[in-house]
Design a protein around this ligand. Sequence first.
Ligand code: NDP
Ligand code: 8X3
Length: 251
Amino acid sequence: MNKTVLITGATSGIGKSTAILFAANNYNVVLCGRRQERLNALKQELGKETKVHTLNFDVRDKAAVFEAIESLPSDFTDIDILVNNAGNAHGLDTIDQGNTDDWDAMLDINVKGLLYVSKAIIPKMIAKKAGHIINIGSTAGKEVYPKGNVYCASKHAVDAITKGMLMDLNPYGIRVGAVNPGLVETEFSKVRFKGDEHKAENVYKGFQPLKPEDIADIIYFVVTRPYHVNIADLIVMPTAQASATIVNKKV
Ligand code: NDP
Ligand code: 8X3
């Protein structure tokens, strides 16, 4: 029987590439996000290859998260793999200049949203004593960079939550790990800079950033190791990047 993967933030970037790769490998896929047109389009595309279900909810909305997971049709309730990927940076400001709505968004989406989705799915994994949770952290969860303050805090929280999940779910044979990317060219910077395409493009100029497909490949690798192998933590950066602030740009 095909395994089922639920991916949050599947309408764009890393989540979308991950959905495409898992569908191509015959996993049943649950696509989550808020942009319905994108969910529909991806369902149409991937539905040619595998079973696909879409869930439209905002991870910040606790009730909506639980309702959405409860609404899964029987073909999709048995979730083998959860990819907690939904998230973004909002703004890039010094702590004194930071916008409190941006702070709320980052902590509510990247931290609390990840917790709500996990809380809705973990009991099902505990009941069957099986499952695999991949949290998408960041190099921003391993180090702090200027003006990154609250985004870095949110990803440090993901790092801590991943470690806690690993410990707490250990008795049930559930695998838990984080994939922590450096600079990946997605809509991430467009969201961070509130639609300013010029600022967003500049982030990835002068070097070869990671592509979302690179991260999807790694997630797929992590998931397809033999059961006794759990990749608990993994950092991946473009070759041109050595840390959050050291990028070998040729411009
Ligand atoms: P994108 O902006 O391309 O994708 C973000 C995804 O998250 C979208 O599918 C979006 O869907 C979803 N999302 C955002 N907010 C919400 C919300 N409130 N409720 C539900 N879904 C939401 O960025 P990436 O693919 O780059 O980001 C994916 C993850 O990777 C994030 O956790 C990010 O922090 C992390 N990351 C990214 C890096 C990068 O350089 N790009 C590096 C390291 C980590 P929709 O808008 O339809 O809801
Ligand atoms: C995304 C990578 O360096 O923009 O998490 O914070 S960075």
